[in-house]
Ligand binder design. Structure first.
Ligand code: BGC
Length: 721
């Protein structure tokens, strides 16, 4: 399905020439980021690299140590959350193209990205690497991203398959999830990634699902991935996620990777050879894995002279990164047109907050990279305001200094199970005193300046692989600083740079303007400054709900989170907005929310049903007009609400979205096409998706809660698939 029949044939021919040792060499790590080669037949190693925000630095082949090279600085892309906040499939595709070209340019065959796990809780430390709480949005954004990557003869490796939504005890947590939630929430993006995105590889997760480790799971790998979805690409284990030989050999996993250099002792190395020799495992299982690997190698043109060579650090890449960053920034609040700032009139600006001059590219865990450069918000503002505006920067708050990260953290994370809840470290008296001093300085200055911007949020001490946050509170005493600064100067603009939502309840009502940036890459500071100064009209939308507190989130108040051993997803399909809306729980900012400097008017909804050879299609269209005086982009969101269902269903679900650009006064027609999938739920009794006969509301809005147009459609019959 992802391997052409021609390449399958070539793979089979080559497979027949390999002996057992050679085959085994190809199915496990022979270096920390590569498999073994077969020199005799000219079969190279597969070179892999992290990650979603750019191609990671080089490591020593057999020790978890950066190689210390100077040529592995790269373009730093917006995080997957930022790419998704664009609600633009084009941005996703262009970002994928940049990542793929850079990976190939660095000589890689597989780029370990994108991360497509569902954001079940705002506290997951890796949320910044993931896309959304919504399966449809995740699927729609990951498909073009993967296609973009793979245009450069590099394989995407979607991760982490599956149901991997917390870092705490990530190696040992055993998730109990209903079949319906699995099929409706946690699997659709993976299915789309392999069936529509044609992802040539996929990474098995660390955790267990229903008692089986994902990397040997008969359910996830053999039954669902291989049999149901017909996947013939390569499944790579997460690093150190394999625990047994026979069970893994007999599962749909193809390559065992890990974090230690005893490569011959890996479960799919010498122990596998022994098991085959003893007759405990069939060599046919190994053949199947090698067939997948060779098939992928042929797809990647690895044996061809004219394989694409890629390139990295090009001006074009930086331009694409900037364009995506611009579209990713979300204007959360803008009372009385507080923003944009008028650049021409500004003679003095006060910037408060450590995130204004903090670089983030070098943190986060395996997503860390050596960025060629990273424009901070402060640099973006200063360079765009120029020398006639005096920009004063004060830290405002202070992050507790941490020692350098242990280069071996990935290795040690295997021993301690990985993950622990992040609590703010014991704060020294010195830090307390320093924080007080910084706060007082910020407040005194805020009174003096007309224009004040606070830039805070999180950093990769919080948005970090291997650990979850303890709560949604802003760290480092930021709330206190914001409170005091807003009291001193109520016009202060709040900007947050972070990978997951933070608590804003104590100040959001008082602030006039709030701007949000998910880690937006090397040009993030420029994009942010352009938005603040009105050069770019913001068009990002929240790909996840911002609740008031994590305690409102279903993972915490209905299901379990951050527990060891058995963890129950009792909330079922009620994840993210599906839960808040069903239970009428007020939130800080709803899913899909994001303002613009202009206004859009929606009109003329049309819903037409058509049944043709391809089955049912519901064509939906409407008009959108830019009624303001600034050009802008709007994301029209289509939600479907089942009205006559026999089962309990979410109030409504996202089933379409389109981003469109409009000049002042311009009107455009926007089209959506729905099919039975858009109306379906998973029926546990029959084991099929069902779009039941009956009425459905079609809702078009500017966010989940800002619905502008309503229509309906009647399905005369039930569709099962
Ligand atoms: C992470 C993966 C990553 C791998 C290789 C693991 O710790 O979970 O996402 O790709 O390491 O660095």
């Amino acid at each position: 399905m992802v391997i052409s029949s021609d390449n399958k044939r070539k793979a089979q021919e080559l497979l027949l020439k390999l002996n057992l040792d050679e085959k085994i060499a190809m199915i496990h790590g022979a270096g920390l980021f590569r498999t073994g080669e077969v020199k005799r037949l000219g079969i190279p190693s597969l070179h892999m690299s992290d990650g979603p925000m750019g191609v990671r630095m080089e490591f020593a082949d057999d020790a978890w140590m950066p190689a210390g090279n100077t040529e592995d600085y790269v373009s730093y892309l917006p995080s997957n959350s930022a790419i998704t906040a664009t609600f633009s499939k084009e941005c996703a595709y262009e970002s994928g193209k940049v990542l793929g070209e850079e990976a190939r340019g660095r000589g890689k065959d597989v780029i370990l990205a994108p991360g497509i796990n569902i954001k079940r809780s705002p506290l997951n430390g890796r949320n910044f690497e993931y896309m959304s709480e919504d399966p449809y949005l995740t699927a729609e954004q990951c498909v073009p991203l993967i296609q973009g990557i793979q245009e450069s003869d590099v394989a995407a490796c979607v991760k982490h398959y599956a149901v991997n939504s917390q870092e705490t005890e990530r190696l040992w947590v055993d998730v109990k999830v209903s079949e319906r939630a699995l099929r409706e929430i946690y699997l659709p993006a993976f299915k789309a990634a392999v069936s529509r995105g044609k992802s040539l590889s996929l990474m098995g997760a660390y955790n267990l699902v229903r008692g089986q480790h994902c990397c040997e799971s008969k359910l996830l790998l053999n039954q669902i991935l291989r049999e149901e979805w017909g996947y013939d690409g390569v499944v790579v284990s997460d690093w150190g996620a394999v625990h047994r030989t026979k069970e893994t050999a007999e599962s749909g996993l193809d390559i065992e990777m890990s974090v230690t250099s005893n490569f011959d002792e890996y479960f799919l190395a010498d122990p596998l050879k022994e098991a085959i020799e003893k007759g405990e495992v069939s060599e046919k299982d190994v053949d199947e894995k090698v067939r997948h690997i060779l098939g992928m190698m042929f797809e990647l043109n690895m044996f061809e002279e004219d394989r694409k060579s890629g390139c990295y650090n090009t001006p074009e890449h930086r331009q694409k990164v900037l364009e995506t960053a611009r579209e990713s920034i979300v204007l959360l609040k803008n009372e009385n047109g507080r923003l944009p700032l008028k650049k021409e009139k500004m003679k003095k600006l006060l910037v408060i907050g450590q995130n204004a001059d903090k670089v983030h590219s070098n943190g986060g865990g395996s997503a860390e990279i050596k960025a060629l450069y990273e424009i901070s918000p402060l640099m973006g503002l200063k360079s765009q305001l120029g020398g006639n505006c005096e920009v004063k920067f004060v830290k405002g708050y202070l992050a507790e200094e941490k020692g350098a990260q242990d280069g071996n953290w990935q290795e040690s994370s295997l021993e301690n199970g990985g993950g622990s809840k992040k609590q703010e470290e014991n704060i020294s008296e010195k830090t307390v005193a320093k924080r007080k001093e910084l706060l007082e300085e910020a407040v005194a200055l805020a009174k003096e300046y007309d224009q004040v911007i606070f830039v805070g949020g999180l950093n990769h001490d919080y948005d970090l692989e291997g650990q979850d946050r303890a709560d949604m509170k802003l760290p480092y005493g930021q709330e206190e600083v914001i409170d005091a600064v807003l009291a001193a100067n109520p016009e202060t603009i709040l900007v947050f740079v972070a990978g997951s939502p933070v608590q804003m309840g104590s100040f959001a009502d008082r602030a006039k303007a709030i701007v949000w940036s998910f880690y937006a890459g090397m040009e993030g500071g420029n994009a942010l400054a352009e938005v603040l100064l009105g050069k770019v009209n913001p068009s990002g939308k929240l790909p996840e709900t911002f609740p008031y507190s994590h305690e409102d989130c279903s993972a915490h108040c209905v299901g379990d989170f951050a527990k060891k051993d058995l963890l129950e997803y009792r909330e079922g399909v009620y994840v993210g907005y599906r839960y808040y809306e069903k239970n009428q729980i007020p939130v800080q900012f709803p899913f899909g929310h994001g303002l613009s400097y202009t206004d859009f008017e929606y009109a003329s909804l049309e819903v037409e049903k058509e049944e043709n050879g391809a089955g049912l299609i519901v064509n939906v269209s409407c008009l959108v007009k830019n009624t303001g005086d600034m050009a802008g982009k709007e994301v029209l969101q289509l939600y479907v609400a089942a009205k006559d269902s026999a089962v309990d269903r979410p109030v409504k679900e996202l089933k379409g979205y389109e981003k469109t650009e409009l000049k002042p006064g311009e009107t455009k027609k926007v089209n959506f096409a729905l099919n039975p999938e858009s109306f379906a739920y998973f029926d546990e009794e029959t084991g099929h998706f069902r779009a039941e006969a009956g009425f459905y509301e079609i809702l078009i809005g500017a966010s989940l809660t800002d619905i502008r147009l309503k229509g309906e459609v009647m399905l005369e019959k039930t569709y099962e698939f």
